[in-house]
Design a protein around this ligand. Structure first.
Ligand code: G6P
Length: 470
């Protein structure tokens, strides 16, 4: 295969391979916000995408899908267990999300992480043209920037970190903390979601490696002098166009009305949309809502909560446990409060296509984003994009990256259940005029700072640092 000027490296390809019961193969869009953010960028460049097809022990040749050249990386079942479910999602993920769940430290998992990162780096190094650009994404691949630089010193390397970077007191737990910092510093530009993440990273570099840090620039010592690396916030956003198109479609609007109808036409629909993950604060949200019903501040005749919890990382213990806890509390609340015509919570442990998500957003009067920690949270931005009539209220956790930008949301600390209950009541009772004032300002922000603004600002910074390096 020809080399490409622009190579994206991410744990997942933009499409997952799925095999049905009769052995038939098909492809479906990968989970998570990363793919949705990068796909529009890829369509505008001569690019290739290096990633995993989402199944163990599958060797695939490079192929083209939706005009993007895809380069699949094979992972054995043991690597899926040790690199993906283990080090990425049971060590780094909980550690970087403020140890909401306890991170597990296992040396074999680290070894698998190094091996798999090298495989991704070698594939990227083989795919990129002379003097081209490699853009590495997310916590699964933190060692790839340094590995690509060693193989291909001619290329420009960007890294974007989609999840939070933890405070030093937590980061210092990681037995391989110095290796990970050096891995990231192989990039020319390291992008974070929030200024806080970039600051924590720079503090870790100063304290652990004693490198010279001036503002957002790090001098990384090498054999031939020092190399400048920029570490800074570039808050990610969504591609607003498909949302704006869908909200004008009569069938999507009809579907929103149908959803309302099927819930018994409650006065208010509350909505939560998350991967089923302990970082998302789904339990806290359900607890607060359940108490409001129990105390009679809300009634099932008037309100319904739709909670979409899409299946995620289903073989990792912390996720198995969380699912049990959530499903127990949903069943209890519904059991205690449902009537024949009205249900307290409509719980859906399923993923849905974008059309259905937009219909849900249109049907929802209040959107609840109560994450205990979240890099950005694109669901908050998707909801806002769909509110063309400037109605609707967003309740947003201050522990999300989105909270830095979406100042007109109702801010909550999800650990404070009383505060969360009050915020839900404020949202449910908010007058249309105030909804409009807040939503107009939120929409302005999301429509102006869309995913194209995000990728151009990152890629411009990358070009600038590269030219400084000469
Ligand atoms: C988050 C991460 C992504 C990840 C996605 C889905 O958004 O930042 O890197 O792809 O979750 O998780 P999964 O483990 O299914 O890839």
């Amino acid at each position: 295969m020809d080399t490409a000027d622009f190579v994206v490296v991410a744990n997942r390809l933009p499409v997952d391979r799925v095999v049905d019961a009769d052995g038939g193969e098909s492809w479906r869009t990968s989970p998570g916000g990363l793919v949705a953010a990068l796909e529009p960028v890829m369509k505008t460049v001569d690019g290739a995408w290096v990633g995993w097809a989402g199944q163990a022990d599958v060797q695939l040749e490079p192929f083209v899908a939706n005009d993007i050249r895809l380069i699949p990386i094979a992972l054995s079942a043991q690597e899926v267990a040790e690199y993906y479910e283990g080090f990425a999602n049971d060590t780094i993920w909980p550690l970087y999300h403020d140890v909401i769940a306890p991170p597990q430290y296992h040396r074999e998992w680290w070894d698998a992480y190094v091996t798999v990162n090298r495989r991704f780096a070698e594939a990227a190094a083989g795919a990129v043209a002379e003097g081209g650009t490699v853009w590495v994404h997310d916590y699964q691949l933190q060692l790839v920037p340094e590995m690509v630089r060693a193989l291909r010193p001619d290329v420009t390397i960007g890294y974007f970190h989609h999840i939070p970077f933890p405070a030093h007191g937590l980061y210092a737990q990681l037995p391989w903390r110095d290796q990970v910092l050096r891995g990231l510093l192989g990039a020319d530009v390291i992008g974070f979601q929030r200024a806080q993440d970039a600051n924590y990273f720079l503090a870790a570099v100063r304290r652990r490696l004693q490198y010279n840090v001036k503002g957002a620039m790090v001098d990384v010592p090498g054999e031939t002098g020092t190399r400048p690396v920029l570490a800074k916030a570039f808050p990610i956003s969504i591609d607003t166009a498909p949302y704006l198109e869908l909200i004008d479609k009569p069938e999507v609007r009809a579907r929103a009305a149908e959803i309302r109808e099927s819930l018994g036409n409650p006065q208010r629909i509350l909505l939560g949309v998350d991967r089923l993950d302990y970082t998302k604060g789904i339990r806290h949200r359900i607890k607060a809502y359940g108490e409001l019903l129990a105390e009679g501040r809300l009634s099932v005749e008037d309100v319904t909560l739709i909670q979409v919890a899409s299946p995620s990382r289903e073989r990792v213990d912390a996720y198995v446990q969380l699912r049990d806890e959530i499903e127990l509390s949903v069943a209890r609340i519904n059991g205690d409060t449902d009537t024949m015509g009205h249900s307290a919570i409509r719980y859906l442990h399923q993923g849905f296509p974008r059309e259905e998500m937009v219909a849900l957003y249109l049907a929802a009067d209040v959107m609840l984003v109560t994450a205990l920690r979240d890099g950005m949270n694109l669901v908050a931005k998707e909801y806002i994009a769909t509110r063309a009539d400037n109605r609707g209220v967003l309740v947003l956790s201050e522990f999300t990256g989105a909270a830095d930008e979406l100042r007109q949301a109702i801010r909550v600390n999800p650990h404070d259940i009383e505060g969360l209950k009050d915020a839900i009541m404020t949202a449910v009772e908010m007058e249309p005029a105030q909804q409009g004032r807040r939503m107009r300002s939120l929409r302005r922000r999301v429509l102006e700072h869309d995913v194209k603004a995000w990728s151009s600002s990152f890629l411009e910074a990358l070009a600038a640092v590269r030219s400084r390096r000469g």
